[in-house]
Design a protein around this ligand. Structure first.
Ligand code: AVI
Length: 319
């Protein structure tokens, strides 16, 4: 199962070079985490979701499977299921196929047009009566829902803890925009990774097989290929640390030596030990997530967690 959150929505490689240079000439140095998801990054992330240490995907899927009938029954008959960042239909199918489900339409939103085409084809075979209306868009950019579902009740779905990769103000903005787009009376189900002991979190982002390290370092390969850069991958090291004050796992790439890298003709200097901050993965307590949702105009209606309290699924109501 591909469980990929943010595909790259870049129009051209010049965009990538410009965005990378902006981040690498800032202090401290950063790169946007959406750069992770080229074809190789998508494949590596898929591998991550199957790692023994990476509990997120496995735990969420198990929980979803258990509560899918309950969730599906929240939706009024004939609702449209709107999935934000839908790289495939696997998790949506748990809801669409659940006992008691009466969804009339499915709107997967993602920037990867090819993936959306595949989903539409597969669902046409699997559920011929379901209206499938893919929307090729960046879900953080407040996409307008297809006309075909405008009169239907809406049931939003944002699994995978991708919300944790958004900075809190961006997460609040996304939730507020979804509240407006889905309308009064809508539901939104969000998967959010829970705050937990540091050892479990550290292991999930520092797996023994080194897949997360390869995923992080792959961004440099991508910049070499697509942004005219000359990074030497082995001169950087993967770092993932727990920042307790900010309640987030941070991923960085640490320069192993003092070095100069060229990107699209511009030189960027690195001190030995200097890092590029590549990703934040925020972990929320149930209460903190509910506060965030309330600030965005949602009413936290119900929350489910697995028995070990690793992961949470929140049902938010607009009304
Ligand atoms: C996609 N997202 C929820 C993942 C996470 O856990 O924050 C991305 C990831 N980064 C490293 N491993 C997985």
């Amino acid at each position: 199962m591909l469980d990929v959150p943010l595909f790259d929505g870049y129009a051209a490689n010049a965009d990538i070079a410009a965005e990378a240079l902006a981040g690498l000439t800032a202090t401290p140095k950063t790169l946007p985490s959406k750069l992770f998801y080229d074809a190789e990054g998508v494949r590596l992330f898929d591998d991550i979701t199957r790692l023994p240490e990476y509990y997120l995907t496995r735990t969420e899927t198990r929980l979803l499977r258990q509560i899918a009938p309950e969730l599906a029954r929240l939706a009024p008959p004939g609702s449209a299921l709107v999935e934000y960042g839908a790289s495939d239909e696997a998790k949506a199918r748990l809801l669409l196929d659940a006992d008691g489900a009466t969804f009339a339409a499915y709107v997967p939103i993602d920037v990867a047009g090819d993936a959306l085409d595949g989903m539409k084809m597969r669902l046409r075979r699997h559920a011929p009566a379901l209206g499938v209306h893919p929307l090729c868009a960046d879900f953080t950019q407040d996409p307008v829902l297809p006309h075909a579902v405008r009169l239907m009740a809406k049931f939003g779905f944002f699994p995978g803890s991708t919300i944790g990769n958004l900075e809190p103000p961006a997460a609040r903005l996304f939730l507020a925009q979804a509240r407006r787009a889905l309308g009064d009376g809508a539901w939104l189900v969000v998967g959010a990774d829970l705050l937990k002991d540091e050892a479990t979190l550290h292991a999930a982002y520092n797996d023994a097989a080194g897949v997360t390290a390869a995923f992080n370092l792959n961004v440099l390969k991508r910049l070499n290929r697509e942004a005219g850069a000359d990074f030497e991958q082995h001169r950087f090291a993967h770092v993932a640390i727990w920042n307790a004050a900010q309640s987030r796992i941070e991923m960085h790439l640490r320069s192993q030596i003092g070095q100069t890298v060229t990107i699209a003709g511009s030189r960027v200097d690195f001190r030995a030990g200097e890092t590029i901050h590549t990703e934040n993965s925020y972990k929320h307590s149930v209460a903190a997530f509910q506060t965030l949702a309330e600030q965005a105009g949602w009413r936290p209606a119900q929350v489910w967690t697995d028995p070990d309290c690793l992961f949470s699924l929140h049902a938010l109501h607009a009304g």
